[in-house]
Design a protein around this ligand. Structure first.
Ligand code: GLY
Ligand code: MN
Ligand code: MN
Length: 501
């Protein structure tokens, strides 16, 4: 968005008309937005007048509510019931400047999107307490005013950033009355009564509330909204399925171009997956980990600037985020040349077996940590068999946690709109809690032998393997939402051979 209408007049030039006489008289500074756009200083009255009119009425009539409107209403009702008599403020967040007038890609705050189905930057949901609950209002940027020039002179004018929904259209789509967000800070400042805000998204809104909120009470709101998302509704489950299906296609894309990754770098893998994420969804749900060779032993390898070499493994941990902001989180560890070596296969099979044990432990009524314990037991058993633990038995290894030198991380986490979903939930409801139908979690054991680990045989060094799937807890056990991608070593090889023709 670096186009300037008058490029010959740099935006940073001092407030003086190009070519105008240097009268040394101070002249009035134009609004900052005009200067940002590089429009200043050559706006004739005739041009300003011209831009005011001659535009068609494009108001959209007969819009239907968004698909999840009934679900967001139910989610707001649960929130209302938890905090009777209190004003609740849930902001979407603001754009973040990258430099000058360019911004980072915006992603609406999870709580706001969950409760409204909307993703507008600067949006704020407010639940106003009433005698018998709350009324919800969504506060949004309205359509740009053309009379006062905002339409084309403001950096957020629709001429620059595209048409927004009118407040009436937004209200119809979301099923929530909509008002102009620019009036909200003043109203919040004046309002009385108990109030809570979801922090961390909108500094302007927080500053309007600064004397009225406390960190402790706001945290209770955040915790509630995190725990509310532990059990997914039908809409959310369908979104997670979509995310997993698109992710499976993204992995297939990568396998098809592994020869080009070999000729370039891990970035080719990252770019290939990203293309799928942008075409089928909103984005990747987190920075893709495209870790070839020894990089696979670095848990969050997102630099992705290393070589992809035949004979080594590629650990790809990536997820498509849908347009409604639900993400998959899937890992496959693939032999770059299509066949596992004997030692790669030995390590891979141990991780596969651990994942099988972990997935089998996911069912309603099980403890959240059961699947972790099941997977860790398998890995510890293999590590003991391979002679890496000084002759200790498996029970002792598990008691002391010594396997963790090579297993490194927990075996999974909740998944949803955030890749590490429900992260503010209390221990008792999540880590120390019990699985229920509708929960969705990853099962992702791994073994990582660092390249400089002198305690393992040389042939193990620099090998990292993780297998990660997205598992929905059902009434009768679980469903693997990412089962479209093969996991067993021989099936992975057959699948790769087929895709690479
Ligand atoms: N991709 C991050 C994780 O697997 O948790
Ligand atoms: Mn992952
Ligand atoms: Mn994960």
């Amino acid at each position: 968005m670096a186009h300037e209408l008058t490029p010959e007049t740099p935006a940073h030039e001092s407030g003086r008309a190009a070519g105008a006489k240097d009268t040394r008289e101070p002249i009035e500074q134009p609004p900052i937005e005009q200067r940002r756009n590089g429009l200043y200083p050559e706006i004739s009255d005739e041009l300003a007048q011209s831009m005011r009119s001659g535009w068609a009425d494009t108001e959209l009539h007969g819009l239907e509510p968004i698909a999840q409107a009934a679900h967001t209403e139910r989610r707001r009702a649960a929130l209302s019931a938890r905090f009777p008599g209190e004003r609740l403020v849930i902001p979407a967040g603001n754009l973040r400047t990258r430099s000058n007038d360019t911004e980072y890609a915006f992603r609406a705050g999870t709580e706001y999107a969950y409760l409204t189905g909307d993703q507008s930057h600067d949006g704020v949901l407010v639940l106003e307490p009433t005698a018998d609950g709350h009324t919800a209002t969504v506060h949004l940027r309205p359509r740009s005013n053309r009379e006062n020039g905002e339409f084309w002179l403001d950096g957020q004018g629709e001429l620059w950033v595209g048409r927004r929904h009118s407040l009436a259209e937004a209200a119809r789509l979301l099923g929530i009355p909509a008002e102009d967000v620019r009036e909200l800070p003043g109203r919040l400042r004046e309002a009385t009564g108990p109030v809570r805000v979801v922090r961390g998204h909108d500094a302007g809104i927080e500053s309007a509330l600064t004397d009225k909120v406390t960190a402790e009470r706001d945290e209770e709101l955040r915790v509630f909204l995190s725990e509310a998302r532990l059990v997914k509704d039908e809409f959310e489950i369908a979104e997670l399925r979509k995310a997993c299906d698109a992710t499976a296609r993204g992995f297939e894309d990568v396998v098809r171009v592994l020869d080009r990754a070999e000729a370039t770098s891990e970035r080719y893998v990252e770019g290939t997956f990203f293309l799928r994420a942008r075409v089928e969804g909103n984005d990747v749900g987190y920075g893709s980990i495209c870790a070839a060779g020894p990089h696979a032993t670095t848990l969050h390898w997102v630099r992705n600037d290393g070589p992809v070499r035949p004979g080594e493994l590629l650990l790809l941990d990536a997820g498509v985020e849908t347009t409604e902001l639900y993400t998959a989180d899937v890992t496959r560890t693939l032999p770059v040349n299509g066949r596992f070596s004997a030692v790669q296969r030995r390590i891979y099979d141990a991780v596969y077996e651990a994942q099988e044990a972990g997935i089998a432990a996911v069912r309603p009524g099980a403890l959240f940590r059961d699947f972790h314990d099941a997977a860790q037991r398998v890995l510890a058993t293999r590590l003991v068999e391979w002679g890496l633990l000084d002759g200790l038995d498996v029970e002792k290894v598990l008691e002391l946690g010594l396997q963790r030198r090579w297993t490194l991380h927990g075996t999974g986490h909740m998944l949803g709109m955030d890749v590490h979903d429900c992260a503010a939930a209390r221990r008792a409801s999540y880590v120390a809690g019990t699985l229920e139908p509708g929960m969705c979690l990853t099962v992702e054991p791994g073994l990582y032998f660092q390249a400089d680990d002198l305690t393992v045989p040389e042939e193990y060094r620099g090998i990292g393997v993780r297998i990660e799937d997205d598992i929905l807890v059902t009434e009768d056990g679980n469903r693997n939402l990412s089962a479209a991608l093969p996991r067993r070593a021989d099936e992975v090889e057959t699948w790769m051979a087929r895709l690479r023709g």
